[in-house]
Unconditional design. Structure first.
Length: 139
């Protein structure tokens, strides 16, 4: 007979959301705590080494004033570090809305709930890159 698999339930106070930017995906798990944020098992300041990227990633928490109220665990993959910072921002904003519906209006007004649709343009045949053409020679 087949064995029964044990179903692991998530804690009721945990909020899960996904953020995306370019080709990066950030899976965010947020629960009440003291403000500890880890990305791929490392501190967020250690992972996003530039201050500007750290500022971008934590904007939703700054806007809502919840920086020290939630512990956040993030798994990021795909793309570069800048895209990952944008994905983290999007994921945190979505998780905050799940945690408290009243944040939705201000996060939406600031543009944090909108997924940035800009992607890399594909390379076309006959060209060197997406739009760069080989040098033209008249003769």
């Amino acid at each position: 007979m087949a064995e029964k698999k044990e179903v692991v339930k998530k804690p009721s106070n945990e909020f899960i959301a996904t953020g995306r930017r370019k080709s990066s995906v950030a899976r965010v798990r947020m629960q009440a705590g003291k403000g500890k944020i880890t990305v791929n098992g490392r501190e967020i300041g250690e992972y996003l080494q530039r201050d500007t990227l750290l500022l971008v990633a934590l904007q939703p928490l700054e806007l809502t004033g919840t920086k020290d109220k939630f512990d956040i665990r993030i798994k990021c993959d795909g793309g570069g570090i800048s895209g990952q910072a944008g994905a983290i921002c999007h994921g945190i904003a979505r998780a905050l809305v799940k945690a408290n519906e009243t944040f939705k209006a201000e996060l939406k007004a600031a543009g944090f709930l909108t997924r940035d649709p800009r992607m890399k343009e594909r390379k076309k045949y006959g060209l060197k890159k997406a739009r760069k053409a080989p040098q033209f020679s008249k003769r």
